[in-house]
Every structure is written in C-alpha cells, then in structure tokens.
Design a protein around this ligand. Structure first.
Ligand SMILES: Cc1cc2nc3c(=O)[nH]c(=O)nc-3n(C[C@H](O)[C@H](O)[C@H](O)COP(=O)(O)OP(=O)(O)OC[C@H]3O[C@@H](n4cnc5c(N)ncnc54)[C@H](O)[C@@H]3O)c2cc1C
Length: 470
C-alpha cells in the first residue's frame, strides 16, 4: 500500500487529497512567495486520527507540515521545495469548541477553530476572547498559537501565549501530550506548553487549547487622531496610559499607509483629511458601563491638542464608525498588496525607542533606495512597527523583482531594531523567510539550546523541516 493509501484509510478518502488541483491551494503561502509540492493534504477530524497520521508518516518516511488558516506571513505552511517528501496536515476539520466555562473564564477549543468563531463563542457566553487582527476570520487557534500571534490588542492582553492555560499536542512520535488543563496555578516542573507556542509546528501538532477569557467590555471609545510626529504619538500614548482608562489599542500609521488604504480599500471612509504626516488609532475601554469613558477620551485629546501632541481628532460616535476605523487598519495589508511589490519587516523595539527607530530607519532607507516608497504602520503601543518599502508607483511584477532591487532592506531595518534593544520578529514568527535573520541576530547559545530541544523531541526532523532553525 502506498503512503497516501495508508493515510486515506486513517482519515477517510474525502479527507486525504492527492490530486494536483485539490492540493494546489495548500502548496503556496498567503503572499505567494513560497511554493512546494505536498505528497498529500491530510485532514484528520480527531486527536486520535492526528496521532495515527503522525505515526504512519514516521513509518513511511514522510515529513509533516501542519497548516491552520494559512494566513502566516513567513512561509511556514509550505513544504520546502528541496526538502524531504512531506504531507500538509490541515487541522481545519478539528473545529469544535469542547467546552466553555463562563465562571472559570475559559474555553477549550480544537486547533482548527477559526479565531473569529472563538471570539463569537466567548461573546455568546458573555465573555471576551480579546485577541484581534486582520486575518482573524481565517486564521485558526492552532496557527495563532504556533506563531504566538499578536495583533492590535497585545498592549493590554499580551500575545497569544499569555492567553493559554493548557494544550493538547501530538508529539513527533505520535504520542499525545495531554496538558489541556484549566488550572491557573501549577508549578509542577517545566511549563511544557510554552515550548509548542511559537514553535511553528516544528515540535509537534497542537490539537486543542484551553484559553483564558476576559470580562466583556461594556464601554469602548475609539478615535482617529492626527499627530505631527512619532515623538508626539508616544507622548499621547503616555497620556492615555496615565489617564485611568484601559488603553486596549494604540496604532501608529504613516500618511502614506492611509493614502494606500484610501486608494485601494473597498468601503473605507477616512475620518480625517490625510494632511498630517502621522495618524494614531486609539481605543480605550472599561468593563463597567458607568465609567465616563467618553469624557476621559475627550479630556486626553483636548490636552494633547493644547500641547501640540495632536493636531486633530475624529471620535467614533457609533459602533459602525468604530468598526469603520478598525476596518481601515485591518484592510491595510491587502491594500498594500494591491499597491504593488513591497518588502516588509516585523520589528519591535522598546516602546520609548519607537521614534528613534523610525527616524533612523526612514533616514537610512531613503538614502539607500530613494526611488522606493516607505511604509510604516504598527502596534506602537507595544513597540511593533511594520516598516516596509514599496516599489515606485507603477512598478509591475513584469519588471525585475523589487525584492532583488531592495536587497539588504530587511537586514538594514532589522539591524536598526536590534541595535535599539529590539527584535527582528515581533509577531509573525520565523518560518522560512526569517531564518537568515535568526542566524545573524540570535545568540549562538540560544540557537544551540533550540537545536537540542528540537533533537530531543523530533530526532528525525519530521516536523515542519526547513522552518525556524537556520
Ligand atoms: C491580512 C493579515 C493580517 C495579519 N495581521 C497580523 C497581526 O496583526 N498580528 C499577527 O501576529 N499576525 C498577523 N498576521 C499573520 C497571521 O495571521 C498569523 O500569524 C496567524 O496566527 C496565523 O494563523 P493561521 O491559522 O493562518 O496559521 P498558518 O499560516 O496556517 O500556520 C502558521 C504556522 O503555524 C504552524 N501551524 C499551524 N497550525 C498548527 C498546529 N495546529 N500545530 C502546530 N503547528 C501549526 C504552521 O506549520 C506554520 O508554521 C496577519 C496575516 C494576514 C494575512
């Protein structure tokens, strides 16, 4: 029996895809930068099936590339072109909420649950699952945890890691590590779950997670603010942090990014004329309805306008206007893609270093690629700026690749972030695209420890080969 026949027996023929047409969507990443040739796409429906698939792959010499919603931005779900024969193991059929406990503020969900569905399940139970970002309607819990995703609310509730109470994982030898507990305090040895969060499928397959929920936000206020500079934006950030309101999102956007959104976005309405060099999207919230949140927002913004930290502000007057502001932010990555070829980064620096980072990166990049168009947008409230460089207007894919012309851009920006005490991978992970940066910036000792962990858990390198470790 061939390997696909064995796998087909485990999951059923309809869940083991081998035809070129069926496999094609799983053979390319979201950005279209990486392509591979999976031997099959296998879609187990239970943890036992995942375990049997992993064992069968071990016996037949196949490697395993786990896949969630395939919105990852580092090529993590694509089998390496020159690597071992691999299957893509899609968790999409494992999409059940196993339990939700409002009193315990927890939910136990399978890895293939779409993030937005978990937000809805929490809301239906009168709770909040706080993580939020543009791809939440497609990304899955397993992918969210495997990349330790961030998003616009990281400054309040942390990255995905901080929302995890327990995990269920199928190990590379097929054994099931059942650490799916909801207990808040447990110092019984190594916290193994943290090994698999952010591991991008290189240490095992996450099949389910117990996640923390939060109280629902009873009041939310959102504003779109024009600011003269990143320094002014940071002063405004400090003012909000000191205001007594809960600051849940603080995004900084260069005018060029807002112009790109206005140009390509469908149904987007800019709350202010795009006359300022920088804009901030800010959201404050309270879990009690009597908190005078609107007054707090107005007070902070009027003080900021008096001191020159802000020049104009538009406050959302309705839920539709609030969602309209966030739609601009969430649609930006797609608008950027429509604007043409670009190179991008995912850096973070200490929050207070954001202005220095932007000043240095803009100066050095503009000097070296004067023809490029600089984009800077990101979660300034946690120091994570996505700094990019678009090809000149009208540059099409028919011309020499912009990535070649902009060779050295990513290394330059990463080096600036690292020199300021920052990171070259804030929230998207490493996958394939940042492996070279791992080799450059990660300490040899850290890499050595990572390789030892990998060798201990996956000695035959069957789990997502060619990813994360340089
Ligand atoms: C428009 C857009 C906006 C985005 N904005 C943000 C943002 O603001 N913040 C942010 O952090 N990210 C952002 N991302 C990146 C992406 O959405 C996240 O990385 C997300 O967490 C990936 O989830 P996924 O289910 O699509 O994972 P996938 O892309 O399917 O997989 C990502 C990695 O995890 C591994 N993996 C997937 N499932 C499992 C599993 N069950 N077990 C083990 N390994 C697994 C894969 O092998 C791969 O290495 C954005 C992406 C897009 C397209």
């Amino acid at each position: 029996m061939s390997a696909p026949e064995i796998l087909s027996r485990i999951v059923g023929p309809a869940a083991c895809l081998t035809s070129a047409d069926d496999v094609a969507p799983y053979a390319v990443d979201w950005r279209g930068s990486y392509r591979g040739t999976p031997a099959a796409v296998v879609k187990p429906a239970t943890t036992a099936e995942v375990s049997n698939v992993v064992r069968a792959c071990g016996e037949t010499g196949l490697a395993i590339v786990p896949a969630g919603g395939r919105t990852g931005l580092c090529g993590g779900t694509v089998p390496p072109a020159n690597g071992p024969q691999s299957i893509v193991l899609s968790l999409e059929r494992m999409n059940r909420v196993r339990s939700i406990d409002a009193l315990d503020f927890s939910i136990v969900a399978e890895a293939g649950c779409v993030v937005q569905n978990i937000q809805q399940a929490a809301a239906d139970a009168g709770r909040l699952f706080p993580i939020q970002w543009g791809a939440q309607g497609t990304a899955q819990i397993g992918g969210m945890l495997s990349t330790n995703a961030g998003g616009i609310r990281t400054l309040k509730w942390g990255n995905a890691r901080e929302l995890v109470l327990g995990l269920e994982v199928v190990l590379p030898d097929g054994r099931v590590l059942d650490d799916l507990r909801r207990v808040r305090k447990d110092n019984s040895g190594y916290a193994l779950r943290h090994l698999f969060i952010g591991a991008e499928g290189t240490l095992g397959v996450i099949t389910a997670a117990a996640l923390r929920l939060q109280p629902v936000l009873k009041r939310v206020e959102t504003a779109f603010v024009a600011v003269p500079s990143p320094e002014a934006a940071l002063a405004l950030y400090g003012r909000f942090m000191d205001s007594g309101a809960d600051l849940v999102a603080f995004e900084l956007c260069a005018r060029y990014c807002m112009e790109t959104a206005a140009k390509h976005g469908v149904g987007l309405r800019m709350p202010l004329p795009l006359e300022s060099p920088w804009f901030v999207m800010v959201e404050i919230a309270a879990a009690h309805p009597s908190v005078p949140l609107r007054e707090m927002l107005e007070e902070v913004l009027s003080e900021a306008i008096e001191t020159g930290e802000a020049t104009d502000a538009s406050l959302a007057d309705s839920e539709a206007q609030r969602l309209g502001i966030w739609k601009i932010r969430e649609d930006y990555p797609e608008c950027s893609r429509l604007e043409g070829p670009a190179v991008n980064t995912d850096t973070a620096v200490p929050v207070s270093a954001v202005p220095a980072f932007l000043e240095k990166a803009i100066r050095e990049v503009a000097a070296r690629w004067p023809e490029g168009r600089i984009s800077a947008i990101g979660h300034a409230g946690d120091g994570n700026i996505h700094f990019g460089l678009h090809a000149p207007a009208g540059w099409s894919h028919g011309r020499p690749a912009w990535a070649e012309r902009a060779d050295g851009f990513e290394a330059l920006v990463n080096a600036i972030a690292v020199s300021l005490g920052g990171s070259f991978s804030a929230e998207h992970g490493i996958g394939v695209s940042k492996r070279h940066a791992m080799a450059t910036h990660k300490s040899p000792i850290a890499l050595d420890v990572m390789r030892q962990i990998k060798a201990a858990l996956d000695p035959e390198t069957r789990m997502n080969p060619g990813k994360v470790l340089p």
